[in-house]
Design a protein around this ligand. Structure first.
Ligand code: SF4
Length: 285
């Protein structure tokens, strides 16, 4: 793993495309991801973005942005003004092309310091998006942010399986992520599970029943119309669809998402979001 440190000029990125329908800005405390060689890294869309990878293999590098909190404080007033004028809300997605709670965070606490800076200078909406059970490490800061902004804690659990045939295992096990969700919920925080991208689920009834014990809502995102490309073409270039089909051929169709969403709605009535609508906080059926 090639680990580097950087002082970043700007940390708030104005969103466009798919993410632009969700919030006004994204914020990446790191560039690259140490989870890149695990299961979620196989279909990870960030591996296809040159300004993220600079041509390096996904999962082989992480750049820490050591001054992320200071940069946020510096940009806050002008970016908030711009976002509120254009969208009515200053919303931040933390993070869209890296994992904010990847292993380096336990040593450097860059994401944590950004969150602490947000207590002083809150956005209108903050979406914390993670694949790691370490999302629960910042429960105390989330408690301070609650009430100061609309806080959405989104933890990805794409399946009840930790592996698919021929692919690497999850870096953060399903059990650890369920425990993290439970810890946040028991601290009084609202938790959403993002089943994204939806993978084959062995026992959907049991899976959503367990999720309903530790979360308030779910978002289900299938790669075919949820990976930001036409018909999921970006994901189709990876080994993910083949591995999914080997477990359940139906899982590479949108009908599969329909079936899974129906089961999810039995456990989360009125609280199941689909694809970009769900990420935008719209849970209409
Ligand atoms: S944790 Fe997120 S950014 Fe990292 S490889 Fe997985 S999906 Fe990509």
């Amino acid at each position: 793993m090639n680990i580097t440190q950087a002082q970043i000029g700007r940390i708030l990125t104005r969103t466009c495309g798919y993410l632009g329908t969700v919030c006004s800005h994204s914020l990446q405390p790191y560039r690259g991801c140490a989870y890149g060689n695990s299961l979620c890294g196989v279909g990870c869309y960030a591996q296809h973005i040159w300004w993220v990878t600079h041509g390096e293999p996904w999962g082989s590098f992480v750049e820490s942005r050591d001054n992320a909190a200071e940069a946020y404080a510096r940009e806050y007033a002008s970016e908030r003004r711009w976002a509120q004028a254009k969208f009515g809300k200053f919303g931040i997605f933390l993070s869209s092309s890296t994992e904010p709670f990847q292993p380096l965070e336990q040593k450097l606490h860059i994401t944590q310091r950004v969150l602490e800076a947000m207590v002083e200078r809150p956005p209108d909406v903050l979406i914390v998006q993670s694949h790691s059970h370490h999302i629960a490490d910042c429960v105390d800061v989330y408690a301070q942010l609650t009430g100061r902004c609309e806080l959405r804690l989104q933890l990805s659990i794409e399946s009840d399986r930790d592996e698919l045939p021929g692919l690497p295992r999850s870096a953060s096990t399903v059990e650890k992520r369920l425990a993290a969700a439970a810890a946040m919920k028991s601290a009084g925080l609202r938790v959403t599970i993002t089943v994204a991208p939806l993978l084959p689920i062995d026992n959907p009834e049991r899976f959503f029943s367990r999720l309903s014990e530790v979360a308030d809502a779910v978002i289900i995102d299938h790669y075919i119309d949820g990976d930001g490309s036409c018909n999921g073409s970006r994901t189709k270039r990876t080994p993910l669809p083949q591995a999914m089909a080997a477990v359940d051929p139906a899982s590479v169709t949108l009908e599969y998402r329909q079936r899974i969403a129906q089961i999810a709605r039995q456990h989360f009535p009125g609280r199941v979001g689909i694809n970009a609508w769900g990420f935008a906080g719209d849970f209409r059926e």
